[in-house]
Design a protein around this ligand. Sequence first.
Ligand SMILES: Nc1ncnc2c1ncn2[C@@H]1O[C@H](COP(=O)(O)OP(=O)(O)OP(=O)(O)O)[C@@H](O)[C@H]1O
Ligand SMILES: [Mg+2]
Length: 329
Amino acid sequence: MPDMGAHVTRRRVEITRFHGMLTASPIMLEMFELLRRVARTEASILIRGETGTGKELVARAVHALSGRADGPFRALNCATLTPEMLASELFGHVRGAFTGAVKDRPGLFALADTGTLFLDEVAEIPVDIQARLLRVLQEHSFVPVGAIEPARVDVRLVAATHRSLRAAVEASQFRADLMYRIRVVPLFLPALRDRPGDIEALAWHFIDHFNGDELRRVEAVSEETMRALLEYRWPGNVRELRNVLEYAFAVGQGPVLTVDELTPELRGERPPEPAERSQLTARDLERERIIEALNKAGGRKGDAAELLGISRSTLWRKLREHRLSGPPR
Ligand SMILES: Nc1ncnc2c1ncn2[C@@H]1O[C@H](COP(=O)(O)OP(=O)(O)OP(=O)(O)O)[C@@H](O)[C@H]1O
Ligand SMILES: [Mg+2]
């Protein structure tokens, strides 16, 4: 049997599941708590988070936990449509409103009546449509394109953005009054790299998922692979992690996920070290590695020792040597 090198199997960490989201990270648990509380109100929520952090899952959770759960949930990505299409999607149109409008078409405000409307990439809405959106939120009624009579509507708005709405306001791309309307409760969704424990927990979650396809059964991950997963910045967040594992399942085989099965970005050369780093002593580097491992292990010394490939007692000794050992935790 070929030597596969050292590998890691699943650690026993506490995992919380919440409306399709999974986490091992306290910062996410706090967010879930806040979400549970605000979902019951009628307040407009603005979710801010990088791409792939789970903004749509959060919006769905708000709906499911609200008094509107039995009503419809509708979602729209505002960044992908022309202004004309966006207006027609949101407010609908009547027959003959423009060439090609051969019959009445209800917009999302009508379709989401008594439920929740999720507007993704809300910062990308053109200014003239922002004015119409504001009017709907203030007056609880809207006029479909080409219609004369306003229609009443009862919709709770949840919006999301990957960039700062305040910055968009400052750049005169977004109306301040609309920002205050839709950002009654701002929810910040941290990037995957900022959720201690989640890269590993979600990696195993997706491994379980793809094991279910029965094309391949992964039981362990090589140490090098786990290190690469933990060190990568994940600009595409949870979606990217899922895609990377799907790729590994597709190109690789056997029970151990190896580093050559990762996508090129993850295997990529690390950026060249800045010049001053070459002045660092071996001792400084060791200290840095220990701090990094402790961070990755969320402060758990046993896990940090495992990451470093040293025993717990060696880690304790090194913590004392580097004056890193605080009071017992
Ligand atoms: N905590 C989580 N646990 C499990 N799966 C998750 C989690 N967060 C996100 N996902 C999954 O990651 C993918 C991206 O999530 P989602 O579409 O909600 O992100 P998003 O923030 O709306 O992304 P975008 O900015 O690109 O619209 C989905 O497949 C979702 O199911
Ligand atoms: Mg989305």
